[in-house]
Design a binder for this molecule. Structure first.
Ligand SMILES: CSC[C@H]1O[C@@H](n2cnc3c(O)ncnc32)[C@H](O)[C@@H]1O
Ligand SMILES: [Zn+2]
Length: 442
């Protein structure tokens, strides 16, 4: 029987447990899943397929997994730069969200984010925002895959004017999403330990457990947060959450910059996962997360960009480069965060961190055909001794040529097939004009 789709004529980086690399590789896809992976012999003809994607001698690899986004925040890209987190969040971002986040603006901001991610090789993201039902719809329409987390915070928030309804809104969201699209996995996202009471945190985690979904939270992001939690509760942010019973295998801790040796031991013992966002942490000067120590303790760490107002783009290739170099310079050790480790963090380890490694994150038989193809016939990618080296240290999202999600070609020769990009950019520019008019100082 012929395949629905055949991807051929490239170097396959499987990112399987052996990190196998196949020259002149071929992948057969049926019903959206990977059914065949092989190297084609010199004069061997490829098997028949309804559709063929020619990789043109480039790199064929798993779609990237961004473990931390706030998709609609593309609307605020460049709105408030060069500030510490508390000022950035309290004086600029929260007020902008209160004034400008509506179901309509969330739709356009998310569409733009999905366009940016797909065109730079990300096929799955793990999101957290308000009005997340609109985020989920826009993600599905874009052709991407996402874990979509409804935000919980003890303040009035967009779409949740009464904080007393924050948890019921999140549980309603999760129930509503279940069984809707096989590309959306719902989740609950508590904003942080400094914006949610202990009761809210406990209840939200209990609700997530009951529904069997991932519980996400920004944690230990800044020294200010560390000191506040320490002075209010007498322990570190990690120990505080552990005391509330929030740390287990279904918890994703976003940032974990301020984690000491005892905290690391606790995270490792509980099996909680970490999303590392080096560019956001650098831009907000939050600090350097002890990622090599997390890895040595056996903790699963995925890579994330965070939202577009603290990065300010969603290019995971840039994030890989930054992650590798940040820890080398921080520890004065060029051997830490080698290219293979970082590629794993942006693919299979990210998939593990968000609970989707049974479906995505590597090119293996039975997994979803979430595959990207990089054009390597370019000066900055010539010659190529080791694909992983290029992916981390030389390539950028602009080198991604084709993108396939669940066997569907969503980016073909750098053209997005699922939306009218010009229309999306025009709508976001129109929204940005209203934002700017209300903030004439920008
Ligand atoms: C429920 S999460 C959405 C909420 O989080 C805000 N946010 C975005 N980035 C960060 C960050 O790095 N630290 C803390 N809070 C952040 C976003 O603006 C939304 O209000
Ligand atoms: Zn964030």
């Amino acid at each position: 029987m012929q395949f629905d789709l055949m991807i051929q004529n490239g170097t396959i980086l499987t990112v399987n447990s052996r990190f196998d690399i196949l020259q002149n590789g071929l992948i057969g896809v049926r019903n959206g899943k990977i059914e065949k992976i092989t190297s084609l012999g010199k004069n061997e003809a490829p098997p028949p397929a309804k559709k063929v994607v020619d990789a043109g001698g480039g790199i064929i690899m798993p779609g990237l997994v961004n473990t931390h986004t706030h998709l609609p925040m593309t609307l605020f890209r460049g709105l408030a730069d060069d500030l510490p987190l508390s000022e950035w969040l309290n004086d600029h971002i929260f007020p902008a969200e209160a004034a400008h986040i509506t179901p309509e603006s969330v739709r356009w901001g998310t569409r733009l984010a999905c366009a940016e991610m797909l065109l730079s090789g990300t096929t799955t993201c793990c999101d957290g925002y308000f009005v997340e039902g609109e985020v989920a719809k826009a993600v599905v329409a874009s052709g991407m895959r996402a874990v979509a987390g409804q935000g919980v915070i003890d303040f009035p928030a967009p779409g949740v004017p009464d904080p007393a309804e924050n948890i019921s809104t999140a549980t309603d969201f999760v129930r509503q999403q279940m069984g809707q699209s096989d590309r959306i996995t719902p989740s609950v996202f508590c904003h942080s330990p400094y914006t949610c009471s202990p009761e809210t945190l406990r209840k939200a985690k209990r609700a997530a457990d009951k529904l069997g979904v991932l519980f996400q939270i920004h944690l230990a992001e800044t020294q200010t947060e560390y000191q506040q939690i320490q002075s209010e509760h007498g322990v570190s942010p990690v120990k505080y959450l552990d005391g509330l019973g929030l740390l287990d295998r279904n918890t994703l801790l976003v940032h974990a910059v301020w984690a000491d040796a005892e905290d690391i031991k606790i995270i490792s013992e509980r099996g909680a996962k970490i999303s590392h966002n080096p560019e956001s942490n650098m831009k907000l000067a939050s600090g350097v997360a002890p990622v090599p120590k997390f890895l040595a303790a056996g903790i699963t760490v995925g890579l994330g960009t965070d939202g577009c107002a603290s990065n300010n783009n969603l290019d995971l290739f840039q994030e890989m480069d930054t992650a590798a170099k940040l820890h080398k310079v921080h520890l004065a050790d060029p051997t830490v965060m080698d290219a293979e480790t970082v590629v794993r963090m942006a693919t299979i380890e990210g998939a593990k961190a968000i609970g989707l490694d049974h479906l995505i994150g590597s090119i293996e038989i039975g997994k979803e055909a979430d595959i990207i193809i990089l054009d390597t016939a370019k000066p900055h990618l010539t010659p190529m001794y080791a694909p992983a080296s290029h992916l981390v240290y030389a390539a950028s999202g602009a080198d991604v040529r084709h993108v396939i999600v669940g066997g569907r070609v969503v980016v073909k020769a750098r053209e997005l097939m699922t939306m009218d990009l010009k229309e999306v950019m025009a709508e976001v520019i129109a929204i940005a004009e209203t934002i700017q008019n209300k903030n004439p100082g920008i």
